[in-house]
Design a protein around this ligand. Structure first.
Ligand code: NAG
Ligand code: NAG
Length: 484
């Protein structure tokens, strides 16, 4: 019995090899593109035969892609990762969504009645606002950093975002930070905010498992996201009016529930929706109408949220296969060679600059700046574009929205009010205070260190206790009292 099984397997193997050889002889077939059948039209999938490779499906065409050495493809995480005992080698079953009856409240597709400044859409998401020509359009570059700012990474930002690096109007370049709470030093938040950078929200806990976020309730989003906005306001003195955006932890969007919270609590934008690779990148759009792209992470909003902007995450890639493709720069993996990383940045920049000038959003995790090769590549890249492209601007997401609401050609943008030098904000402090405070979370009690400029709270601020007081307060309890 066992023997015949082995024999059958061998037969199949021989058969497969001979087919393979037959096709290899013919130039018509790229073996790359047909040996693997895409389980879904878009996405990345394990290579069943080799844990060091995976397939990228783009419109049902599979591209065989290697993980950079020494990484392995984890089909649960959909990423190349270091080998560990949790590694999910080989395909995990694809869960096909249960067909549902059509939602009568689903957003309609882009309609000509959508007009700036409050509404912007295009059929395939690639059109420039205001019908500008690419050559008249300023190229915005938006540096975004996700993750906890603290003593491990705070100082290098001073160097990278040096005040001497200027946009064409003579004002310092600016970046956008997506700030989670745990391990964050509000001293650095206040410092970077004081310098004119934008503070946006991630969540209080950034908790795992990642799937939590796809399933989270409206109340979870309120406590986690609006709670974090309140914490940044209280402990880093970031003005509430300046906190206008969010990004879902692990880029796991919470569908309509997450958008309801953005809409109801006065945020202006989201940046959580990953987009499959396209030769012409997508512009940000408002969620009045249905999203103009495939929803790579699943669970994108399907209803209409008028006036809320979405900064989709265009997939980065490279001309050869080094680095793979990713929506967070640090998820593409490079050897520790600044030149290769630099080339990757330039290659992706040019895809925007030479097509439709869609804002080039560079997504990093904060620890990018603690890696010498990576930070030096970014450093050289910033100098290169500022020196060679007079229509390149490093702006925040809020500044990008302001331009999209009233698009104007490059030559007029130097006098654009919203891109002028930041009004002075109250600086934080030169020497932070370090508070030793207890974190109570269910039955768990831990000691935490919290860095800030103001007074120490009695407890570590946390989910359901955003003020860090003895008597816990939820966002829910505070909403009536303060205008969130
Ligand atoms: C910014 O650049 C200037 C000139 O290169 C340098 O003197 C200064 O130390 C830099 N600032 C920081 C915070 O690194
Ligand atoms: C907080 O910022 C406001 C301006 O937004 C300023 O008036 C106030 O003095 C600041 N408070 C502290 C403690 O820095």
């Amino acid at each position: 019995m066992a023997l015949s099984c082995v024999f059958a397997f061998l037969l199949v193997a021989v058969f497969a090899v001979s087919i393979g050889t037959a096709f290899r002889g013919s130039d018509k077939f790229k073996s790359k593109q047909f040996t693997f059948e895409c389980p879904m039209e878009y996405g990345v999938f394990a290579n069943p035969a080799n844990c060091r490779r995976f397939y990228t499906c783009n419109g049902n065409i599979a591209y065989d892609t290697p993980c950079p050495s020494p990484l392995y493809f984890d089909d649960a995480k959909k990423l190349c990762v270091y080998k560990s005992k949790d590694l999910q080698c080989g395909p995990v079953p694809v869960t096909t969504p249960v067909p549902t009856t059509p939602d009568p409240n689903a957003a309609l597709s882009c309609h000509p009645s959508c007009k700036l400044p409050d509404c912007f859409c295009s059929e395939d998401g690639t059109l420039i606002p205001g019908n500008l020509l690419p050559r008249e359009t300023p190229q915005m570059i938006i540096l975004t950093f996700s993750g906890a700012l603290n003593v491990l990474n705070g100082e290098p930002f001073g160097y990278l975002l040096n005040e001497t690096r200027l946009n064409p109007n003579g004002c310092p370049m600016r970046a956008t930070f997506f700030v989670p709470h745990e391990y964050t030093s509000y001293y650095y938040v206040q410092k970077l905010y004081g310098q004119g950078h934008e503070m946006s929200v991630q969540s209080i806990t950034n908790r795992e498992p990642e799937e939590f976020w796809s399933q989270a309730s409206t109340e979870d989003w309120v406590e986690e996201v609006i709670g974090q906005k309140e914490i940044m306001h209280k402990f880093a003195n970031v003005s509430r009016e300046d906190i206008l955006g969010m990004r879902a932890p692990f880029l796991k969007p919470g569908g309509n529930k997450m958008l309801e919270v953005i809409y109801d609590y006065g945020l202006d934008y989201d940046s959580s929706l990953a987009v499959p690779y396209s030769e012409v990148p997508l512009w940000p759009y408002t969620l009045d109408y249905s999203i103009p792209h495939k929803c790579l992470p699943g669970n994108c909003p399907t209803r209409s949220f008028p006036g809320i902007w979405e900064f989709p995450l265009n997939t980065y890639t490279s001309d050869d296969e080094t680095g793979g493709s990713c929506v967070f720069m640090d998820q593409c993996v490079f050897p520790d060679d600044p030149e290769q990383i630099y080339n990757f940045l330039v290659y992706n920049f040019l895809r925007h600059y030479t097509t439709n000038k869609a804002p080039f959003v560079l997504n990093f995790h904060v620890n990018w700046v603690t890696d010498d090769a990576k930070v030096s590549a970014l450093d050289v890249f910033i100098d290169y574009v500022l020196e060679n492209y007079p229509d390149v601007w490093f702006v925040t997401m809020q500044q990008a929205i302001q331009w999209m609401r009233s698009p104007m050609p490059s030559e007029m943008v130097k006098s654009f009010e919203a891109w002028k030098c930041p009004r002075t904000r109250t600086p934080g402090c030169n020497i932070p205070r370090t508070c030793r405070v207890k974190l109570h979370d269910g039955s768990r009690t831990e000691l935490r260190y919290l860095q800030l400029c103001g007074k120490c709270p009695e407890r570590y601020p946390w989910l359901h206790n955003i003020r860090g007081t003895k008597e816990a307060k939820r966002v829910k309890d505070l909403v009536q009292k303060s205008t969130v």
